[in-house]
Design a protein around this ligand. Structure first.
Ligand SMILES: Nc1nc2c(c(=O)[nH]1)N[C@H]1C(S)=C(S)[C@@H](COP(=O)(O)O)O[C@H]1N2
Ligand SMILES: [Mo]
Length: 258
């Protein structure tokens, strides 16, 4: 016998179930929708009695955290994002930010320095000239934005795992946190930071990264949604605490893998 549940004020159970299903990773979503899609089964799946939360938003956050755990478990350092030929590059590549392109940060490349902090042996700041002398890697991959568009771009830069080793970062630390010039920020987990396609990007299509796409530095992570790819990066911290990020703090999935 199904246990009767008192409705939570402000929560439309049907809508909540629909939203929650959208957040679930595909295999569990199919199972969930095929079976009795109910708040009860959602609670069983997530291990949390979500309707005890005061708001639907809280409930969705619980599902989202569950999703993060599942995705983090599925994430593999050896699974590569697809790469594409030059002819597939989207031109012009779209700009996106929480402001218009003419309000994008205008950083002076001559005086710029990338600040290093946290659990790293060598915290010497890096100039662009120094970064540009490091061995270059290149990728043509798809960028996927939660706002409903995707585009294929060409990015060049330094393999982030090589850079982390170079600065003597503690590779057993849990997170890498990025601070951006205009206040945006982002935290990624260490396995993602060490993924072979995660790049400290200095160029777009073999040219200096244009202002629109994050000059002087973007962190390109083709295994993650667009908002986990910080632009205008000014500081990088290796740390064990999760400093969150611009969208994550507003309830978006932390892991946001593809
Ligand atoms: N500093 C900073 N980084 C950011 C953003 C931003 O607003 N500021 N937007 C994110 C989002 S939501 C997307 S989709 C991509 C867009 O990158 P693009 O302008 O190169 O397409 O940047 C991500 N990184
Ligand atoms: Mo995005």
């Amino acid at each position: 016998m199904a246990r009767q549940r008192k409705p939570t004020p402000g929560v439309d159970a049907k809508l909540l179930i629909k939203d929650a299903a959208k957040l679930l990773p595909a295999p569990s979503r199919r199972l969930f929708l095929r079976g009795a899609a109910s708040l009860g089964s959602l609670a069983m799946l997530t291990g949390c009695d979500i309707i005890d939360g005061p708001t639907a938003e809280n409930a969705l956050r619980v599902v989202s955290r569950f999703n993060d755990r599942v995705q983090a478990a599925l994430f593999s350092e050896t699974t590569l994002a697809p790469e594409y030929p030059e002819s597939a590059i989207t031109r012009p590549f779209p700009f996106n930010g929480y402001y218009s392109v003419d309000e994008a940060p205008d950083i002076d490349g001559e005086t710029y320095q990338l600040e290093i902090g946290g659990l790293a042996d060598n915290k010497k700041p890096w100039t662009l000239a120094e970064l540009n002398r490091l061995p270059e890697v290149s990728q043509i991959t798809r960028h996927v934005c939660v706002e409903g568009w995707s585009a294929i771009g060409s990015w060049q830069g330094v393999k982030l795992s090589d850079f982390l080793k170079l600065i003597g970062a503690d590779l057993t630390a849990k997170y890498v946190w990025f601070q951006c010039a205009e206040g945006y920020s982002n935290t990624i987990d260490m396995p993602t930071a060490l993924h072979p396609q995660t790049q400290l990007t200095l160029k777009f299509d073999h040219q200096t990264l244009p202002t629109a796409y994050g000059f002087p530095i973007k962190i390109r992570i083709p295994t993650k949604l667009g908002f986990k790819n910080p632009k205008y990066v000014t500081a990088m911290w290796v740390q064990n605490n999760d400093a969150g990020g611009y969208w994550e703090n507003q309830g978006y999935n932390w892991f946001s893998g593809l």
